[in-house]
Write a protein that binds this ligand. Sequence first.
Ligand code: GDP
Length: 539
Amino acid sequence: MSQSLIIFEPSGKVIYQFNNKISPFNDFIYSLVNQTCTELDSAFSTAAVAQKRFYCLQNDTLYAALYFDVVSTLDSEKVRLCLDGVLKTYSKLCEDDHAKMAKLIEFQFQTLVQLRLTLTDAEGSGERPVSKASTPVPNLGTSTPVKGKKSTPSKKMRKWVNGELVDAVDDGALDYSNAADLLSAAEGTGAAKVQLNQAAFEKQDNLVLLRELNDVLGDAEDDEDDEGDKDGSASGVTSGFFSKISSYFGASVDINEVSKKFIEQLISKNIAPATAAAIIEKIKARLSSKTVTVPVFKQALTDELTKILTPNVSTDLLHDIKKRPLGRPYVISVVGVNGVGKSTNLAKLAYWFLQNNMSVLICACDTFRSGAVEQLKVHVNSLKNLNSGSARIDLFEKGYGGGDHVVNTAKLAIAYGAAEDYDIVLIDTAGRTHSNAKLMAPLKKFGDAANPDKIIMVGEALVGTDSVEQATNFDNAFGNRRGLDFFIISKVDTVGDLVGAMINMVMATKVPILFVGTGQTYTDINKLSVKRVVDMLTS
Ligand code: GDP
């Protein structure tokens, strides 16, 4: 059960929040800006976004908005009265008695929440029919972060340390998604918190390269596996799924029976059921004329997973950047749904490029999420402070706005990057719900105008079956002529060996994985080790 309330100015600046949850409002504010929400009257709007029911009331100078976590059964007039009361309370008391104001607003909001809880469905929503009159649109100008309590992370963050997953201590995590942390943007203090693993990168021929995921996990496990594979046993893992399944089925197996067990195994690793079934069907077809044993089946599965994950294009980004035409920066843009780690991984890429003595211009093209520009400012400040080389890192931003603002900002950044001789322009984009056609549509326009050399989707390892649709929708969002170039799979440190989302995304799109995110510091980024991931999936 969740509900939240904010008061914001027409500029988009949030000036009061109850429940410390600004981010769910971003998509709703986007629908206000783009006039896709429903107007209940000229000052009162509603929309259902991401399984939440939002309402927004405007007075002469301010907007108040709230949401409930499911479609509301409340009479919208009651919501209107509540928001009206909240705006009046704010206007009357904000200057003289902040504490009293906060108490009263909380009381007004909670009364509405209680009312909602005691209502029955029979009461209905009571919403009036949709009017198409023009919506008052807040101009999302420069937004200033709000001070708020640090929210409790919904998922516990873990890291790999010496091959083991441990709970992460707060050692300078790059979590700037919280409004309070963004205050440090103005002060430029972000870098003070950052601690980096100096051994995370390796040097080769004057290049600084990212290490493979298995380096992070430790090589010992791999050596063990190699030994096991030599004698043809089930992966060298003496316990676990394959030894169990071998003793269960004996020497030769019924292919249908064993297929079922393998499908279950893949699903248990977070591979979507349809994807798991498709993989196993391929293997069954390939083995149909052979005598099947568990090791034979396992080897076929290992080969198939390896084939899926092995990129069939070059992933040597440094080489591509060096080979770009003279006089223009290499343009990379990062896309994905909200909160997956786009900005964080973009900053990790920037840090890595700086280690390779390449100058980076970060372009803030999330021009609609309140605080997004400030979040990038924090990263750029931190990266500047960490940067000891001669390469430059700067932020290009043109504040907030809807419509063509994103495209214009991207074009201006690329032109500026060329004029000022930056090697790379890294463009952050707004997070968007992949299933919302209205939010996805602007990506095509953006792709056509900015024409990035590489479009990278950041996808979370945490996401389950939905990863198939996320990857497919983002890959299709850029029209017929181009799609995604790479994935960065973030938060791999939080899922143990449940790394099936990688297979879901790659199999649905044939887009290769460039890197994996393994934590919240700038060096928590690794090359994919196909072998390591396949081992995780098959053991
Ligand atoms: P965005 O909305 O997609 O730009 O997401 P952010 O970059 O703001 O990241 C959202 C949250 O995910 C922040 O708390 C980040 O610190 C966290 N995050 C990003 N990448 C990783 C990762 O690889 N591992 C972990 N544990 N957390 C990550």
